[in-house]
Write a new protein. Structure first.
Length: 120
C-alpha cells in the first residue's frame, strides 16, 4: 500500500490519489473469506475480473456477484448486481472500494495467480 508518515487525512488522500501506476495494485486488495484464508494462508489479495465477491459494507450489503471490471485509475471495482437508479429511472453500475467486499471465490484462469497464492 502507498505508505506515508503523516497522520493527516488530507495527506493520506493525496497519497492515494497521486499514487504511481505500479503502486495502485496495492489499493485494489480485498479480504478473503475464511475458507480461502485457511486454504491459501493469506488474509487478502488483489481483486481481478471474474472473482466472486460478497459486499460487506454499504447500501448493497449481502449482495454476491462477479467482478465485471476493475477501475485501476480510481482504485474501484464494479460488481454485477450492484447498481443505483438515476433520476430518469435507468440503472447504472456503482463502482465501489475493494475494501468493502470479501472475496468468496477466486478466478484462477491465470496459472501464475494460483502459484503465487500457494495453492494449485
Amino acid at each position: 500500500m502507498v505508505r506515508i508518515a503523516s497522520k493527516q487525512p488530507r495527506k493520506q488522500r493525496k497519497a492515494r490519489y497521486n499514487a504511481a501506476h505500479h503502486e495502485r495494485g496495492s489499493l485494489l486488495r480485498a479480504p478473503l473469506s475464511k475458507e480461502l484464508r485457511e486454504k491459501y494462508n493469506q488474509r487478502n489479495t488483489r481483486v481481478i475480473k471474474g472473482d466472486t465477491v460478497k459486499v460487506v459494507r454499504g447500501d448493497h450489503i449481502g449482495v454476491v456477484g462477479l467482478v465485471d471490471f476493475v477501475l485501476t485509475k480510481k482504485a474501484r471495482i464494479v460488481v454485477d448486481g450492484v447498481s443505483v437508479k438515476k433520476a430518469d429511472g435507468t440503472e447504472v453500475p456503482r463502482p465501489m472500494d475493494p475494501s468493502n467486499v470479501m472475496i468468496t471465490e477466486l478466478n484462477l484462469e491465470d496459472k501464475r495467480r494460483g502459484q503465487k497464492l500457494g495453492g494449485e
